[in-house]
Design a protein around this ligand. Structure first.
Ligand code: MV4
Length: 618
């Protein structure tokens, strides 16, 4: 086994690898850019070497400085993580030329799988079919037209050296062939410096299901179950789960065997993932990823195995030590990628910044792989994945509900996050039914108002609006407190901010979200993303107190029965100001503070809902 491993990566995956090394008694070496001098992976490693620079190109993609750090540290192995140099055969060879071991597959296998035409051929040779198509480059648009006639429209044009979805064009008919071909070639050239393209029949509603495989240097290979990664937008995955819902076990077994066949056919060892498209009961080889993937914890949770430990063992020459029959998969796992992005309007706008608050969820079946701690900064220069929330449950519904609970428990401030999108996905009937596809998030899911809609889907775990404070209804944690901005905002939201207020009704505390006039926003109290820098809550800040403490809000759906005060009246904190009929009961609503009734916005008989404003107190 190795004595010192250099992790040629940053963020959560570097942290992930360091943790397993520590458990195995292996010394860890971090590398860091100028921006990452005090990053979490550096704090956790035993040693750290500066590689300079800010951008990925200047730092984590700077071969010379990384090779320098390998030799200075005396590391006997290098783990590339994912992204950066993880699938670069030249880097793997250079590492090996220093005498250190590259913790990953042989460079030749990286090369075969890096070219999509050669990987399609390799799979074909192993008896595993890709989507019906041609495993040779296309030279002119006539070939596209004849392909469409033979296989049917639409046709997918793909970049031979592509990947990750860039360079793919969908051609719906012969008249589009020429233009689509040229544009695919231009894109392929721009992204991958090679303009070879090839054709496949285009599947219109596929699921993306991938199979985790593992091989050793002694010719053994196994499969560890699938992951369904159909919830993605713009080729960025959002949610992954295992097993895949509505996926018959005969197909799982066949897919596992197909994945192992591909693995063995290219002389593969270490961790790998074989990607498939699945539609109408058939699966088709798509590509093979020759690295440990972001979503590997989903497999770890259902298999009860540490995949990084296994990577280290097989890289040091050990046998897998487990056969296919030893693999037992149990229960269900779901991973949500918490990115520093604002999902409002489905735009997923990057939202770099400092995490002024980061409360990690906890409890049974909850795992958080984070690359950041409170006070750390998510830089615009790198991947903005803050953390992965991975939950385990004994079945899909338990896992789904646990994921929702844990997302609600998570509090991140200072940056916007994808949490509202995850809540929208996990509480959508299509997801519950498992009828979604790779196109579902972009084509069907409505994220038009991912921020504001949070108060509407107030409690996805229970029905009925309104729940006690600090329960599922208080979703204010998720940086949803902010200013409406961007296109598509209704006029009435202009100049308003989303605030969380507490309302006490008959001695029970409710938290609701309100769009209120941005009266108390002073320069410096609100950061660039419009989020409040801090959010007082709970008894520590005084029950009934809130950020916009002069607003009396409606905590639940109901009818206004009676107003107990008039405009201009003096009221005391805790004084009853309004009677609301809800859930067949009369509830008195109290003033959150002492002051003067400034404005009354409702009348007896009005139908009101959570988030409506009853009155304001000055
Ligand atoms: C496809 C396809 C439908 N039909 N190929 C996109 C990423 C690239 N590696 C392959 N991709 C696709 N190839 C055929 N013949 C649909 C996709 C696709 C997709 C695949 C996996 C995960 C997400 C996706 C999102 C859109 C399209």
């Amino acid at each position: 086994m190795f004595s010192k491993v250099l992790i040629a990566n940053r963020g959560e995956i570097a942290v992930r690898i360091i943790r397993t090394c520590k458990e195995m008694g292996i010394r860890t070496v971090a590398i860091y850019s100028d921006l990452d001098r005090s990053a979490m992976h550096v704090r956790l490693a035993d040693e750290a070497y500066s590689i300079g620079g800010q951008s990925a190109q200047e730092s984590y993609l700077n071969t010379e400085s990384i090779l320098d750090a390998i030799s200075k540290s005396g590391a006997d192995a290098v783990h590339p993580g994912y992204g950066f140099f993880s699938e670069n055969a030249d880097f793997a060879r250079k590492v090996q030329s220093t005498g250190a071991t590259f913790i990953g597959p042989p460079p030749e296998a990286i090369e075969v799988m890096g070219d999509k035409i050669s990987s399609r051929l390799a799979a074909e040779k192993a008896g595993v079919a890709g989507v019906p198509g041609r495993s040779k480059p296309v030279k002119n648009s006539k070939e596209i037209v004849s392909f469409g006639k033979e296989f049917g429209w639409p046709v997918a044009i793909k970049a031979a050296y592509g990947g990750g979805g860039r360079g793919m064009k969908v051609v719906t008919g012969p008249e589009m062939a020429q233009e689509a071909m040229e544009s695919a070639q231009r894109e392929a050239l721009a992204y991958f410096s090679r303009d070879e393209i090839y054709l496949e029949r285009y599947l219109t509603w596929p699921r993306h299901i991938e199979m985790q495989v593992f091989g050793d240097m002694h010719g053994n290979a196994i499969w560890l179950g699938e992951r369904d990664c159909s919830c993605q937008r713009r080729h960025q995955k959002l949610i992954e789960e295992s097993p895949s819902p509505n996926f018959p076990d005969e197909i799982r077994q066949a897919m596992g065997q197909a994945a192992v066949a591909v693995t063995k056919a290219c002389g593969y060892y270490n961790a790998g993932t074989v990607e498939f498209l699945f539609q109408d009961g058939e699966f088709y080889f798509l590509e093979m990823n020759t690295r440990l993937q972001v979503e590997h914890p989903v497999t770890e949770l259902i298999c009860g195995m540490d995949l990084v430990a296994l990577q280290l063992r097989v890289a040091s020459g050990e046998e897998l030590g487990i056969s296919q029959n030893d693999i037992q998969r149990r229960g269900w796992a779901i991973e949500c990628r918490l990115n520093a992005e604002d999902p409002a309007g489905g735009k997923f706008t990057p939202s770099p910044g400092t995490l002024t608050r980061f409360r990690r969820p906890d409890g049974f079946g909850v795992r958080v792989d984070a690359g950041y701690e409170p006070g750390d900064t998510v830089s615009q220069y790198y991947d903005n994945l803050i953390a992965k929330l991975v939950v385990w449950g004994q079945d899909r519904e338990s896992a789904r509900k646990r994921a929702i609970r844990a997302l609600i428990e998570t509090e991140i401030e200072g940056v916007a996050t994808t949490i509202p999108a995850h809540l929208a996905i996990l509480s959508h009937q299509d997801f519950v039914d498992g009828t979604h596809s790779t196109k579902w998030v972009e084509d069907k899911l409505d994220l038009a108002n991912a921020l504001a809609s949070e108060s509407q889907i107030a409690n996805p775990l229970a029905d009925g609006a309104g729940a006690p404070a600090n329960s599922a209804a208080s979703m204010g944690a998720n940086s949803a407190v902010g200013t409406p901005e961007g296109e598509g905002q209704p006029d009435w939201l202009e100049g308003k901010v989303l605030r969380e207020v507490q309302a006490e009704v008959d001695g029970r505390l409710y938290e609701v979200k309100l769009w209120v006039p941005d009266v108390d926003s002073q320069p410096g109290t609100s950061n660039a993303t419009g989020n409040r820098p801090s959010r007082p809550r709970g008894s520590g800040s005084g029950a009934g107190q809130s950020i916009s403490d002069g607003v009396v809000g409606v905590p639940m759906q109901g009818t206004i029965i009676k107003l107990l005060v008039e405009k201009g009246d003096q009221v005391e904190a805790g004084q009853s100001v309004c009677v609301l009929e809800a859930m067949k009961m009369e509830n008195t609503i109290t003033s959150p503070k002492s002051g003067t009734v400034n404005e009354i916005k409702v009348s007896p008989g009005d139908s009101v809902g959570p988030g409506d404003i009853i009155m304001t107190i000055d």
